[in-house]
Design a protein around this ligand. Structure first.
Ligand code: SF4
Length: 300
């Protein structure tokens, strides 16, 4: 029996569901029951009628699944798959910022730890950040932790005062304006799609600023045949799979998130076999963080 067959057999035996983020390696994406972005995966984990979820992604995503489905057992196959962006803000730092701006609401991007979500008023994803900030019932917002997404939101919601935490995703921060201009010259007929975690100057010169789910939907309906994509390179696999008649290229050289590539088929198999590594969160954290996550759905 090869490793893929072993995984499928274990999955059936344990009545497990495998979820994978769009940035996972192609072999994992192809084996998963559902592949999506943070928002899609969060919503899907809630609907799943299975006792065991194996989350192929990074820690904050598996935590989000646990917060939304506290009675289910959630496993993260690669113990050290973290997110350096999520790690840029600690609970004490957010508490200090809240104390400085008591009239502001804290809007936290889902790329944060469960503890940060528990200290937030509402969460958002890259696809709904603008709508969430527009709809919160206050004029002042503390936006954490991504500065580029925060700048994008501030540009689109000028009527609100936004205090932006200066964290960033080291993967998206690598895309440059020079790469974008070179790509435009090389493929003038291609549309340039970038993620809002990219630097402001890249975002300003792109044709479309979209979440990964937004990129998939846009590529399907666009009349363009070629696309230059400014996000983690794992996304190209799903774009090609869902729009096989179109061409997709990375903006500049391919940018890889090492944490997203930590989950291998072997780790997925071992995770299922040994039911490791279980996400364990305090009840109080789950209760507070779920308020911020549920509120996100209300505000979009
Ligand atoms: S791509 Fe960026 S935001 Fe996403 S997990 Fe990797 S470091 Fe974190």
């Amino acid at each position: 029996m090869n490793i893929k067959e072993e995984i499928l057999k274990l999955k059936e035996m344990k009545k497990a569901v495998i979820l994978a983020h769009n940035y996972q390696i192609p072999e994992i994406q192809d084996l998963a029951d559902f592949v999506g972005d943070s928002l899609e995966l969060s919503k899907h984990s809630k609907k799943i009628n299975a006792p065991l979820i194996v989350f192929c992604g990074v820690r904050f995503m598996a935590e989000t699944a646990k917060i939304l489905s506290p009675r289910k057992k959630v496993l993260l196959p690669a113990l050290d798959a973290g997110c350096p962006l999520a790690d840029t803000i600690l609970p004490d730092q957010l508490l200090a910022l809240r104390a400085k701006h008591p009239d502001a609401w804290v809007v936290s991007y889902v790329n944060t730890s469960a503890q940060i979500k528990a200290l937030s008023d509402v969460c958002c994803t890259s696809s709904n950040a603008v709508a969430v900030v527009k709809n919160v019932p206050v004029k002042k917002v503390i936006f954490v932790p991504d500065k580029n997404l925060g700048n994008w939101v501030a540009k689109n919601v000028p009527e609100k005062e936004i205090i932006i935490w200066q964290g960033f995703c080291y993967v998206h921060e690598q895309f440059t304006l020079e790469e974008l201009e070179r790509a435009k010259k090389r493929l003038p007929d291609a549309e340039i799609l970038v993620h809002p975690e990219c630097r402001s100057e890249v975002v300003e010169h792109a044709d479309f600023v979209l979440s990964t789910a937004g990129m998939l939907a846009h590529a399907k309906k666009s009349s363009a045949k070629r696309f230059i994509v400014g996000t983690e390179e794992g996304m190209l696999h799903k774009l090609k799979k869902e729009s096989p008649d179109k061409e997709f290229y990375s903006l500049g050289c391919a940018k890889t998130c090492v944490n997203m590539k930590k989950t291998t088929l072997r780790q997925l198999r071992d995770s299922l076999a040994k039911e490791r590594y279980e996400i364990d969160l305090e009840k109080e954290i789950i209760a507070k963080a779920s308020v911020a996550l549920e509120r996100m759905i209300e505000y979009i």
